[in-house]
Design a protein around this ligand. Structure first.
Ligand code: KIV
Ligand code: ZN
Length: 500
């Protein structure tokens, strides 16, 4: 099976994504992760573009081993010289030079004839070859270039020494069928004299489809970025193209050198560094890419993964398929989750808890394990209530010292307390501690809204710790301070039950 080279341009075209600029240290971190993944060529930057870009390429060339380091250069002597200075310390180095070839670009942007563009391209490939053995040439806007002229340029730059010719769909204009035939025609002309690379932009959402069509027809290198970031709508997404080849080897008959288990780490590293989030439904690396909510799908998956899963989450470095419990989930997934959480329930108890769960799922978008635990422990395996809230009133506001007056039933006896605090929740919690004489520490306090609007049902989740014991408490009420008190009391009851 042939191997398609992965040319990663996250640090160059990816960085052209609005808001994606990275500093040198961050670029080195990404480059190291790319090597760990098995990327063949890293386009580390465009050295003439800025001193920062030059420094990043030079540092990566000097410090990162295990992949070819490429620097981008326009078909101009000063660009190529600068790219060479930046990549020269790499153990494997490449100069990637480019010149537009479409009439639109030649006429309106560069104001040169086709013949001049061809001559300049050939001369600059020769010049780059005088510096380095590995030279790549890109006829920019190739997919809007007259095909016979494009082939003439491709043949001429190969004769001048380019070992890779990259066919960019610079403006994301082509279609899989059209691009596939173009690559087929070029392949028929040049055979194995050079590697055909493809570089697809995603303006019409076809970058990956176009790249795959090209690979099918003989392209030997694909240019891509992590998470598909890049100029405008982005570039061909590396994880998508790699997982397509891995999943459909039978169809493409081609593989890559990528260690796919590193994919999720690379995706998250990039998100952390750039702050550019990945859409939840993005293929491969989106938060929902391996999350199933439908009851029918969950039932199938629990019986046999093959029913609804074409890739294993472990293949990209994730732990396992996530069965998201929501209103579309069925009993099978619910029962499985209860078991995973360590509960042994009778069929009747499962039924009661499932009904409660369906009711909650109608009100609440995300159902967490804590919610399931709360359902099970409150509704079914009810914990004894050592403490219960009888009454609460809180005064707070601008210029008012937050004060909570609380009535709590402790072992059947009602006890009062009035306490001040730094805020209203603090005052409530101090009052509860005064009454219960407990010594637990508040580890986590979360407020969520179950329903919408100003009369929303609020939910508070707290985590308490006392020595080695931990407990989570939950409380819901339209008054968020009452919900906070209920949650605290609920957690104290669980701690007391654990102690017993
Ligand atoms: O999109 C493009 O044409 C490019 C070239 C520099 C290869 O990024
Ligand atoms: Zn590009």
């Amino acid at each position: 099976m042939r191997t398609v080279k992965i040319f990663d341009t996250t640090l160059r075209d990816g960085e052209q994504s609005p808001g994606a600029s990275m500093n040198v240290e961050e670029k080195i971190q990404i480059a190291k992760q790319l090597v760990k993944m098995g990327v063949d060529i890293i386009e580390a930057g465009f050295p003439i573009a800025s001193p920062g870009d030059f420094e990043a390429v030079k540092r990566i060339a000097g410090e990162v081993r295990g992949a070819t380091i490429a620097g981008l250069a326009r078909a101009k002597e000063e660009d190529i010289k600068r790219a060479w200075e930046a990549v020269r310390d790499a153990s494997r180095k490449r100069i990637h030079t480019f010149h537009s070839t479409s009439d639109i670009h030649l006429k309106y942007q560069f104001r040169v004839s086709r013949a001049e563009a061809l001559k300049r391209s050939v001369e600059m490939v020769r010049y780059a070859r005088s510096l380095v053995d590995d030279v790549e040439f890109s006829p920019m806007d190739a997919t809007r270039t007259d095909i016979p002229y494009l082939i003439e340029v491709v043949e001429a730059v190969i004769a001048a020494g380019a070992s890779t010719v990259n066919i960019p769909d610079t403006v994301g204009y082509t279609t899989p069928l059209e691009f596939g035939s173009l690559i087929k025609a070029i392949k028929e002309k040049i055979g194995d004299r050079a590697v055909i690379s493809v570089h697809c932009h995603n303006d019409l959402g076809l970058a990956v489809a176009n790249a795959l069509a090209a690979i099918y027809h003989g392209a030997g290198q694909v240019e891509c970025t992590i998470n598909g970031i890049g100029e405008r709508a982005g570039n061909c997404s590396m994880e998508e193209v790699v997982m397509n080849l891995a999943t459909r080897k039978d169809f493409y008959k081609a593989k890559t050198n990528i260690r796919t288990k590193e994919i999720i780490r690379a995706s998250r590293l990039l998100t952390r560094i750039t702050g550019i989030p990945v859409q939840p439904n993005k293929a491969i690396v989106g938060a929902n890419a391996f999350a199933h909510e439908s009851g029918i799908h969950q039932d199938g998956l629990l019986k046999e993964k093959l029913t609804y899963e074409i890739m294993r989450p472990e293949d990209i470095g994730l732990k396992q398929t996530e069965l998201v419990l929501g209103k579309h989930s069925g009993r099978h997934a619910f029962k499985t989750r209860i078991k995973e959480l360590g509960y042994e329930l009778t069929p009747d108890e499962v039924e009661t808890a499932f009904e409660k769960f369906k009711h909650l799922a109608d009100q609440k978008k995300d159902i967490f394990d804590e919610d399931i635990e709360a359902l099970v422990s409150e509704g079914v395996a009810k914990i004894p209530e050592l403490y219960s809230l009888v009454d609460l009133s809180v005064s707070s506001g601008m210029g008012v010292r937050p004060t909570a007056a609380l009535k709590l039933k402790v072992k059947g006896r009602t006890v009062d307390s009035v306490e001040h605090g730094d805020g209203p929740v603090d005052a409530v919690y101090r009052a509860i501690v005064a009454v219960t004489k407990t010594k637990s520490r508040l580890m986590k306090f979360e407020v969520k809204s179950i329903t919408g609007g100003t009369d929303a049902l609020g939910e508070v989740l707290v985590s308490l710790e006392e020595g080695s014991r931990k407990a989570r408490g939950q409380g819901a009420d339209t008054d968020i301070l009452v919900a906070a008190a209920k949650a605290y009391v609920n957690a104290l009851n669980k701690l007391a039950a654990k102690k017993r």
